[in-house]
Design a protein around this ligand. Structure first.
Ligand code: GRF
Length: 199
């Protein structure tokens, strides 16, 4: 979590229904005083912060982040609007169990400017991608994708807002299924259902 946390809110709201089959055990952020942490606090969910600047190297930050996450023993880690790349230590512990969303249709437009680059390129559809985090930038195996149109009068903000509506629905649907049904990752292919495993 790095910002406003509307993806987080969608998950918190979904978890209010016991039939959803998942619970948010904790919310972590790489900065203080953000709306995402306030959303968690309002829902009575424990929070933690690990700021890169509080550690002498990126590696120590990565290890501290992994320790803080591990303390809550999650079955699945969701990077919902987390704008930092996790490192080797984190992936050693949670690789295969960590998902992230990207506001573009991978493998197009990876990185921080997905909606802007889609607009600049002139694509007629774009969307969001849920993927299993690996060491690359938005390169992990794809769990789900959702498509939205690019309208003629879109600017970056209107396009990103349309993407975010679809992104939240995809995240809620897929995380619920991953929690209820398990998932398997074989190479780049992710299948929902079956005991959670990574080959
Ligand atoms: C989402 O579109 C996410 O994919 C991107 O930034 C946005 C975060 O939104 N990385 P929010 O903080 O969940 O509202």
């Amino acid at each position: 979590m790095s910002g406003s946390g509307t993806n987080l809110q969608a998950l918190i709201d979904a978890c209010a229904d016991p039939a959803y089959g998942a619970r948010v055990v904790a919310v972590g952020a790489d900065r203080d005083d953000i709306e995402g942490l306030a959303r968690a606090e309002r829902a009575g969910i424990p929070t933690f912060v690990a700021k890169v600047g509080d550690y002498s190297s990126r590696g120590y930050w990565d290890r501290a982040l992994a320790d803080k996450v591990a303390a809550f023993e999650p079955d699945l880690v969701v990077l919902a609007g987390f704008m930092k790349l996790v490192g080797e230590k984190f992936l050693d512990r949670f690789g295969g169990l960590t998902v992230n969303t990207h506001p573009a249709l991978s493998p197009s437009f990876p990185g921080m400017r997905g909606p802007a680059e889609a607009l600049e390129y002139g694509v007629k559809v774009t969307g969001a991608t849920l993927f299993v985090v690996d060491a690359g930038v938005d390169t992990g195996a794809i769990v789900a994708q959702t498509v939205v149109p690019v309208e003629d009068d879109d600017d970056v903000e209107s396009l990103h807002e349309r993407i975010k509506v679809a992104e939240r629905a995809m995240l809620v649907e897929s995380v619920g299924r991953m929690a209820r049904e398990g998932f398997t990752v074989v190479g780049r292919r992710v299948r929902l259902g079956g005991r959670t495993s990574i080959e």
